[in-house]
Design a protein around this ligand. Structure first.
Ligand code: NAD
Ligand code: DAU
Length: 353
């Protein structure tokens, strides 16, 4: 049995679905169900006894400790976090609580539980921390991609809180011997991606005939990875990753934002043509994100050489699957773009447009 935190969010739910499709090892899924958590993502597991969902907060030490005691998991895979950079600019407090206090509480509960295990179980136990490439800061156009040894230079409240959580995980290994691994991954995309993030926002807005907001000049570069490839990388690290190590995970796929938007527009023009004309007419340049990082790029050679992991999808195959998924799951989009979501759009975009 494994304990997953944040398993009702975008990446966590993909991870739980893939895990149970490939293994019979049950999952305890601890998720607070914030605005980003959605049990609809896990509808396919209804009635599946291998999935035990617990609504709760990773900051609740007693709850986490009792779950560990009751279910005796062999690993914790820690996704739970506040994850959206723009929200962290509007309200950083919750990011500090969930990402820093939450990781601290989880580490302390894990340490207490791990200390009670027999020698073999103790040696085999893993705490896997899911982190981001944003902790390394922003690259110049000619800089080499981020390595696991790159200096930490987080620039947003979100990335600073993730950097802090990475440091805690590292310290709990060095000081207490907790068997941890960490992955720092680039931008994910794919099914169940909440439409506050660039790719699902562009798809949802285009289909609704709304503007496609491009921050600044649209030349900021991200490395994009299909979410199922991130999940397979984490499974591989759990299987064979070295204790105490950090693995950078990426798609070898750097692209400026405006190119991403143009690819989506092209796919929508092909798959769901709008009689009014190309969706490109909706592209709209808006005020930039404060402190916007210019470029991220991941050197994922370590995980490839040590663990034999490489992404299975190219951007072309992954983005087509993604657009097709959104076209086939318009009910999911309608359900998540509720009243609270519209309030967020007002807060984030009304001053920009
Ligand atoms: P998400 O925002 O879609 O989901 C986060 C989940 O965590 C939600 O289900 C939410 O309810 C839950 N959660 C939040 N606070 C909680 C708390 N205090 N207790 C319990 N549950 C809580 O995020 P995501 O995009 O799926 O990201 C998952 C993890 O991967 C995060 O740690 C993020 O930093 C990291 N990451 C994300 C990306 C990306 O591109 N999305 C890339 C690299 C790393
Ligand atoms: O790099 C990994 C990170 O990727 C993760 O750690 C974060 O959790 C995840 O949210 C993502 O962060 P970004 O800030 O890169 O993702 P986002 O989808 O918000 O934005 C991607 C790029 O698109 C970024 O340069 C900002 C830009 N953008 C975003 C939105 C929402 C726009 O131009 N317009 C928009 O409306």
């Amino acid at each position: 049995m494994i304990l997953v935190t944040g398993g009702a969010g975008f990446i966590g739910s993909n991870f739980v679905l893939d895990w149970l499709a490939q293994s019979n090892e049950p999952v305890i899924n601890l998720d607070k169900l914030t605005y980003a958590g959605n049990l609809e993502n896990l509808a396919a597991l209804q009635g599946d006894m291998r999935h035990i969902f617990v609504q709760g907060d990773i900051c609740d030490f007693d709850l986490v400790a009792s779950l560990l005691q009751q279910y005796q998991p062999s690993a914790i895979v820690h996704f739970a976090a506040e994850s959206h950079v723009d929200r962290s600019i509007h309200g950083p407090g919750e990011f500090m609580r969930a990402n820093i206090d939450g990781t601290f509480t989880l580490l302390e509960a894990a340490r207490g539980y791990w200390n009670t295990l027999e020698a073999d179980d103790k040696a085999n136990f893993r705490f896997h921390h899911v982190s981001t490439d944003e902790v390394y800061g922003s690259l110049q156009p000619d800089d080499a991609p981020f390595l696991e040894t790159s200096v930490y230079q987080p620039n947003s409240p979100y990335s600073a809180s993730k950097a802090a959580s990475d440091h805690l995980v590292r310290a709990w290994h060095h000081t207490y011997g907790l068997p941890v691994t960490t992955s720092n991954c680039s931008n994910n995309y794919g099914p169940y991606h909440f439409p506050e993030k660039l790719i699902p926002l562009i798809i949802a807005n285009a289909l609704a005939g709304k503007q496609l907001p491009i921050y600044g000049d649209g030349q900021q570069i991200r490395d994009w990875l299909y979410v199922k490839d991130h999940c397979s990388a984490i499974r591989r690290i759990l299987e064979a990753g070295r204790v105490g190590e950090v693995y950078n995970v990426g798609g070898w796929n750097e692209k400026p934002n405006i190119d991403i938007v143009n690819v989506i527009v092209g796919l929508l023009d092909e798959l769901r043509p709008d009689p009014v004309g190309s969706y490109a007419r909706l592209i709209s340049y808006v005020t930039d994100r404060p402190g916007h990082d210019r470029r991220y790029a991941i050197d994922a050679q370590k995980i490839e050489h040590e663990l034999g992991w490489r992404p299975a999808e190219t951007f072309e195959t992954g983005i087509r699957k993604t657009v097709e998924w959104y076209l086939s799951n318009q009910d999911w989009v309608a359900n998540v773009t509720s009243g609270a979501y519209r309030n967020w759009l007002d807060q984030n975009y009304s001053d920009r447009l």
